[in-house]
Design a protein around this ligand. Structure first.
Ligand code: BGC
Length: 248
């Protein structure tokens, strides 16, 4: 079965059809820079363009970088505030004339890693964290997702964990990767104290370089890099649409 997956990020909107027996992309993914400002109207046209380029007609899963309940976007930390309160599932379904499922970006990545990737054989508690513009989180138990955890918004040392240790700090502020990794470790240890996962999955663009900084991590739980890398959002979005996991 194939479903189209779309991943809305702070800098790019990416999409491709996904083969859901293997969890792989069918052909090349399309990436278009996220319109600025990233209003719902502008991003919707970008999505329409990506879907049209693939000549797709069928179900679509879409990730957004915010809390999503029953198709409605409830928060928008790293995307235009115009998304908040929008029934994105209904609006996108109307515009595209296809059935659209909308969910949080990190939740999508978590579902993808649990079904096809680094957490595939894990039956215990898994916490996936994505380090990018912000810090996203997915919380899974026995492969089932508890949606909309926002662990990047935990208060840590007087600020949000994602302000303290997001992946973007490495690029934007030229923070040394070792210094950043030590900060990440502090956050991981704090999260472990509260949730006691069996496995952490480390995601986001910076997970490509996992081996160069993972020696800084000191959690008791195992910690592994995400396997699907920058495809996890697309694959998870498509998978969520296929199982009707509309978070709602
Ligand atoms: C948002 C989350 C999102 C994460 C990664 C955070 O700022 O609140 O919903 O998953 O960024 O994009």
């Amino acid at each position: 079965m194939q479903v189209f997956g779309i991943d809305i990020g702070g800098t790019g909107v990416k999409g491709a059809p996904v083969d859901l027996t293997t969890g792989t992309l069918v052909g090349k993914r399309t990436r278009i820079p996220t319109p600025q400002p990233s209003t719902p109207a502008a991003v919707t046209e970008t999505i329409a363009e990506i879907v049209a380029r693939h000549g797709w007609h069928g179900p679509i899963g879409v990730t957004v970088p915010g809390v999503v309940q029953n198709g409605i976007v409830e928060t928008a930390a790293n995307i235009d505030a115009g998304w908040v309160g929008l029934d994105a599932a209904a609006a996108l379904s109307d515009r595209l004339e296809m059935r659209v499922t909308v969910l949080n970006d990190a939740d999508a990545a978590g579902l993808a890693e649990a079904r096809f990737g680094a957490a595939r054989d894990e039956s215990g508690v898994v916490i996936l964290l994505t380090f990018g513009t912000g810090i996203g989180s997915a919380y899974l138990y026995e492969g089932r997702l508890i949606p909309n955890t926002e662990l990047g918004h935990l208060r840590f040392k007087g600020q949000k964990a994602e302000q303290y240790a997001a992946g973007r700090l490495v690029k934007r502020d030229e923070m040394e990767i070792d210094w950043w990794a030590e900060r990440v470790d502090e956050v991981l240890v704090y999260i472990e104290e509260l949730f006691w996962p069996d496995l952490f999955v480390f995601g986001g663009g910076i997970s490509k370089r996992f081996e160069t900084y993972s020696h800084h991590f000191s959690t008791r739980a195992r910690i592994v890099p995400a396997a699907l890398r920058n495809k996890a959002g697309i694959v998870g979005a498509a998978y969520a649409a296929s199982i009707g996991a509309e978070h709602g």
